[in-house]
Design a protein around this ligand. Structure first.
Ligand code: NI
Length: 219
């Protein structure tokens, strides 16, 4: 091989290596960066039907670079503050509800001591186990409604931890219901699609009287 050929060959090898390392990941889009950076610590929560463009779209996985990014840390911090804020006070939240179509959810683990709120990345429900049981559900994106939904009492889920470790586990009880509800969000599915009945929750309606549903100016 002549010396003149060496440089183009090295450039090609670098491009191939770069593609193998990063080719499968989709970098944060400029919209996603804007939402992460410009949102207040309590983020705007998408509601139906105005924000169906986010709530009805399937979400993408995070790539290796996004998993290590400061944007993800900021997003998870703001998601947690939003979920626990008295104005929302939920038991789980999914990134598409905040305008970010990525497979990221937070779930309050009722089945663990202290009921910690934990993040789950690139999560999927592998299997629904047991006979479905009806129970009441609500959604921060569908105020002030509630619905009766039949859900599996036990699920097997696969996801990545914050450090990128892949995990497969089985969860049961109310936590299993939350995982099914939040993972549905990642596929553009809302509980009203599965509900036997949907009704107005009068308490929630009273609580939300005068609530500001307007989007941030930059949205
Ligand atoms: Ni929801």
């Amino acid at each position: 091989m002549s010396g003149r050929m060496l440089l183009p060959v090295l450039v090609c090898l670098a491009l191939v290596a770069g593609f193998l390392l990063w080719g499968n990941s989709r970098a944060w889009t400029s919209w996603e960066r804007a939402v992460i950076e410009k949102s207040d610590s309590v983020m705007y929560v998408c509601v139906m039907p105005e924000d169906s463009v986010f709530l009805r779209r399937p979400s993408a996985d995070l790539g290796p670079r996004e998993l290590r990014s400061k944007e993800l840390k900021t997003l998870l911090d703001k998601m947690r503050r939003t979920l626990t804020d008295p104005s929302q006070d939920g038991v789980g939240i999914a990134a598409p509800q905040l305008g970010i179509n990525r497979r990221i959810i937070l779930v309050m683990r009722y089945d663990k001591p202290g009921q910690p709120i934990e993040p789950y990345l690139n999560i999927r429900v592998d299997s629904l186990l047991g006979t479905p049981v009806p129970g009441p559900e609500g959604c921060l994106s569908l105020p002030p409604y509630r619905g009766m939904v039949r859900r599996a009492p036990r699920v097997q889920i696969s996801y990545l931890r914050l450090d990128g470790t892949p995990v497969t586990e089985q969860v049961e009880g109310y936590s299993a219901v939350i995982f099914q509800h939040e993972c549905d969000h990642l596929d553009g599915i809302l509980y009203i699609d599965r509900a036997d009945t949907v009704y107005v929750n009068e308490n929630w309606a009273a609580e939300r009287k005068g609530f500001d549903y307007s989007r941030p100016e930059w949205w």
